[in-house]
Design a protein around this ligand. Structure first.
Ligand SMILES: C[S@@+](CC[C@H](N)C(=O)[O-])C[C@H]1O[C@@H](n2cnc3c(N)ncnc32)[C@H](O)[C@@H]1O
Length: 202
């Protein structure tokens, strides 16, 4: 996908103004960017028959707002994106990353626990499944309305901050309790990324 120079400028500003630029740069590893590009490509395939208008999207565990910015630069029709993260340092970085859309009232970064925010969007994306326990995930899923399109990503990369990895796609499926309409695996040099798109298994 193409990242245009105007958006790139705000990506660089976000890194420059971050209190920990080195940590912020972790969001720009090739595997992180490729996982998001892959998500957008696959969301594109299900989007038009699941959402019949420009969508409202909630990104949970949205980190520094890279996915939101990439979604805005994709050809998906988007009305509004909110990016929710527990870490209060993410809010200003994600706001700078999405400055153009924030100025237009199309983007908001929010500091909150994804397990306790009210959800009213057409689509909810959670690419931080490996960062929450099964108990937190179950609580999170319980708060998702039945008609919300759900996009999940996790991986098999074992580091201390990943409290709930999945060794296989099947294990991720078992953890997720989703009526699956699309699933896929992205093989990256250091780990596999799993993705499920679907609805709550009610
Ligand atoms: C390292 S980042 C993102 C990793 C993921 N693979 C991605 O690229 O989207 C994980 C983020 O999840 C956030 N997070 C963890 N638990 C959360 C919760 N309960 N609610 C909201 N955000 C949470 C962390 O603060 C962190 O910014």
């Amino acid at each position: 996908m193409q990242i245009d120079t105007e958006h790139l400028h705000f990506w660089m500003q976000a890194i420059r103004q971050s209190t920990d630029p080195q940590r912020t740069l972790d969001a720009f590893w090739s595997g992180q960017l490729k996982s998001k590009e892959w998500l957008i490509d696959n969301l594109n395939k299900t989007y038009y028959w699941t959402v019949d208008r420009p969508a409202t999207i909630s990104i949970h565990g949205g980190w520094v707002g890279t996915l939101a910015s990439m979604l805005f630069q994709s050809n998906l029709p988007i009305k509004y994106i909110e990016s929710i993260d527990l870490d209060p340092t993410c809010e200003s970085i994600a706001t700078m990353m999405n400055k153009l859309e924030e100025q237009d009232g199309k983007f908001k970064a929010i500091t909150a626990d994804m397990c306790s925010v009210p959800l009213r969007s057409d689509i909810v994306i959670n690419t931080s499944c490996e960062h929450i326990t099964q108990e937190q995930y179950d609580q999170w899923l319980a708060g998702v309305p039945d008609n919300t399109l759900i996009v999940l990503q996790s991986n098999n990369y074992k580091i201390p901050e990943h409290v709930r990895t999945a060794d296989t796609m099947g294990e991720f499926w078992d953890q997720s309790h989703i009526k699956v309409i699309h699933q896929g695996t992205l093989q990256l040099p250091m780990y596999n990324r799993w993705m499920i798109i679907g609805y709550k298994n009610v």
